[in-house]
Ligand binder design. Structure first.
Ligand code: KDG
Ligand code: MG
Length: 416
């Protein structure tokens, strides 16, 4: 089975996505997600200019060899653009192999280890009443674990909080203000937000106290710090949240300094999750070996595909660290389906983020996975179980969109 064609498909149904479709000489197609939020066209160019020409004529069954060829063969190591490109090729080849075998992908990864994947959804509100409404909506939809993000007094808009101010501009304006929080805004330049860590640290423990009082001790609660704290600030937040028994506290410090987590870890028993911006096992080496985290956050899309992420999960498993794959809207339904198949098979599954895509997204990406009783599950369709509708995609051309940037109140740039 040889690779005959590889197409880079760019569309914007609700938000921008980059998808790789590989076709073999006997007409089997496979899909891979190559979406890198706000830098989509860089990955598309890397694929078109430097990867697609190398794929034509290769044996589609040689997945590991192709992974090594693209990783070691580039000479230049790691990086989100390279690793998202490798991920797209790898995922598409796994899709093809599973279709050729007539099996859902998880069967090729070792078969089911569980009945489905427990997911968490994103509840948010500028104030407590809206937050409680949002948690209740999620519970009614069947979610059994909830991420909690709120507004901070004195800050006009805050990461993770859905509000009309966050509604998308452009063709989808006004359609999804409460649908879910979507950080990328369609605009030629990034929107600017402001940030005050001391105000945040004062406010958040009271929010979790109120949520526990309202919803009781059972409900798994998560929170995302989005890389905004120093190690000592993170330690303080982790300690102050201990009475509220979080499932995890995510991305407390900027991600590139693994050693910083030693300090945080010494001060708090709140479980820690990190890695949504990581792209290789090397980014986790110290974190995993020293058991500085409890959950690994990379998605298939940004960590070298099924092959790359499975290697990270396996390494984490020997240190009792579990998976908690990133699942925002910028991981396409192809990337999410890959995560579902991998999560069904691995021994150390923890939880899957499930932010849900906009209805327009599902018109382009025809999915077969199911969501019921707070669990995602793969269907028995061969491969990943996703088809790409070119006709529907043609109605949604790329529109520039960027994640916000963040400034402290004195105007200095801060981590977003
Ligand atoms: O592309 C960046 C977003 O996916 C990210 O900000 C979302 O932090 C995020 C999360 O935990 O889903
Ligand atoms: Mg996050």
């Amino acid at each position: 089975m040889f690779i005959e064609k590889a197409e880079v498909l760019i569309s914007s149904p609700g938000r921008n996505f980059v998808t790789l479709r590989i076709t073999t000489d006997d007409g089997v197609t496979g899909l891979g997600d190559a979406t890198l939020n706000g830098r989509e066209l860089a990955v598309a160019a890397y694929l078109r200019e430097h990867v697609v020409p190398l794929l034509i004529g290769r044996d589609a069954h040689r997945i590991e060899d192709t992974w090594q060829y693209l990783y070691k063969g580039a000479y230049w190591r790691r990086g989100p653009v390279t690793m998202a490109s490798i991920a797209a090729v790898d995922t598409a080849l796994w899709d093809i192999k599973a279709k050729a075998a007539g099996l859902p992908l998880y069967q090729l990864l070792g078969g089911r280890s569980r009945d489905g994947l427990l997911v968490y959804g994103h509840a948010s509100g500028a104030e407590l009443p809206e937050l409680f409404d949002s948690i209740n909506e999620h519970l009614e939809e069947g979610y059994r674990a909830i991420r909690v993000q709120t507004g901070i007094p004195g800050l006009p808009s805050v990461y993770g909080v859905a509000s009309s101010a966050n509604a998308r501009t452009g063709s989808d304006a006004g359609t999804d203000a409460r649908y879910d929080y979507e950080p990328a805004r369609r605009n030629a330049v990034p929107v600017e937000e402001s940030w005050d860590t001391r105000a945040y640290l004062r406010h958040i423990p009271g929010v979790f106290e109120a949520v526990r009082n309202e919803f009781g001790p059972e409900l798994p609660l998560l929170h995302d710090g989005h890389h905004r704290m120093t190690p000592m600030q993170a330690a303080k937040l982790g300690k102050s949240l201990e009475p509220y028994d979080l499932f995890w506290l995510e991305d407390v410090t900027p991600a590139e300094n693994q050693e910083a987590l030693r300090l945080v870890r010494q001060h708090t028993t709140t479980p820690l999750a990190i890695g949504e911006v990581f792209n290789t096992i090397w980014d986790y080496k110290t974190l995993i070996e020293e058991q500085l985290i409890d959950y690994v956050r990379s998605p298939v899309t940004h960590a070298g595909g099924i092959t790359g992420l499975r290697r990270i999960f396996d390494y984490a498993s020997i240190y009792q660290i579990k998976s908690g794959a990133h699942g925002p809207t910028d991981v396409s339904p192809v990337g999410l389906s890959a995560a579902i198949h991998l999560g069904l098979a691995i021994p150390n599954f923890g939880i899957q983020e499930y932010m849900r895509h906009a209805p327009a997204t599902h018109e382009v990406f025809r999915t077969t996975f199911t969501f019921a009783n707070g669990m995602l599950d793969a269907a028995d369709a061969p491969g990943l179980g996703v088809e790409y509708d070119d006709e529907a995609a043609a109605a949604h051309p790329y529109e520039a969109a960027y994640l916000p940037v963040n400034r402290l109140l004195d105007g200095s740039m801060h981590d977003w």
